[in-house]
Ligand binder design. Structure first.
Ligand SMILES: [Zn+2]
Length: 256
């Protein structure tokens, strides 16, 4: 099995465009479509032909280019069956957990409600590659627009259970502001401090802070660390359950 090639680029003010290319079969998928023009330009730079669009959720900054890209390329738009009514121009609906093919590769949607009810992460298990949309960010997670704290925590726990070496791409470059917040609730975490410094250096050079890995996020992302004694001490919630701690962290972030 060949390796997949990933091309990450900037779209809109802070979205990531993401193309996944299989050089052997010649198929290319866009993960969401934040900006049709930017995605076309990226395809042109790479000399790739768009065959698939794989969607994480229905928000406009993730589906805006669906119609234009489908018209130009005839790309097949694949999304979560349970949220199909909100995914523009969808062609193929897939249940969470059911495999579908991208070229020679098997892909699955992982159900990750919270940011929206129909949100999915896109998992290439064999390549240990994960696209988390607006569910999991580096050092953060998506706002709870539709789901509960309990749902989002369960979604993030599902992702955190994947192998540590899983490479994670997400929908937005929010890492630097996420780091400032993470340090406010987890100030003694040495790995987080080191990561925050690294992020500042990357952003000073205009470089992206993604991808990350599941292992790195488990060590530094406060939304994956509701059970951590140090964070609980800062919040004064030593004996609370994980959902209450997670909800408190999310609420603090909303007003940070
Ligand atoms: Zn969103």
């Amino acid at each position: 099995m060949t390796n997949l090639e990933i091309y990450q680029f900037n779209c809109r003010p802070d979205n990531f465009g993401l193309l996944v290319h299989d050089p052997e079969i010649g198929v290319t998928a866009s993960i969401d479509t934040p900006d049709g023009d930017a995605i076309n330009q990226a395809l042109e730079e790479k000399g790739w032909t768009l065959s698939h669009i794989l969607l994480t959720h229905h928000h406009y900054d993730h589906v805006d280019g669906n119609a234009a890209l489908k018209k130009k390329w005839g790309a097949v738009i694949v999304g979560n069956e349970a949220d199909a009514a909100r995914l523009p121009e969808i062609d193929l609906t897939v249940k969470c957990g059911s495999p579908f093919q991208f070229g020679a590769h098997e892909v699955r949607f992982i159900d990750t409600p919270g940011h929206t009810i129909g949100h999915v992460a896109i998992h290439f298990a064999e390549q240990k590659l994960l696209f988390t949309g607006d569910a999991l960010f580096s050092l953060g997670c998506g706002r709870l627009f539709e789901g509960s704290a309990r749902q989002m925590l369960q979604s993030l726990n599902t992702l955190a259970a994947l192998p540590d070496e899983t490479v994670v791409y997400c929908g937005h470059e929010y890492t630097q502001s996420n780091a400032a917040f993470a340090l406010s609730v987890d100030p003694e975490n040495e790995q987080l401090r080191a990561r925050a410094n690294e992020i500042d250096q990357l952003r000073a050079k205009g470089l992206p802070t993604l991808p990350t890995t599941i292992g790195a996020e488990k060590a530094t992302n406060p939304f994956l660390r509701a059970g951590d004694a140090g964070i609980r001490a800062v919040l004064g919630m030593a004996d609370a359950d994980d959902v209450a701690v997670f909800a408190e962290i999310r609420q603090r972030k909303d007003s940070f």
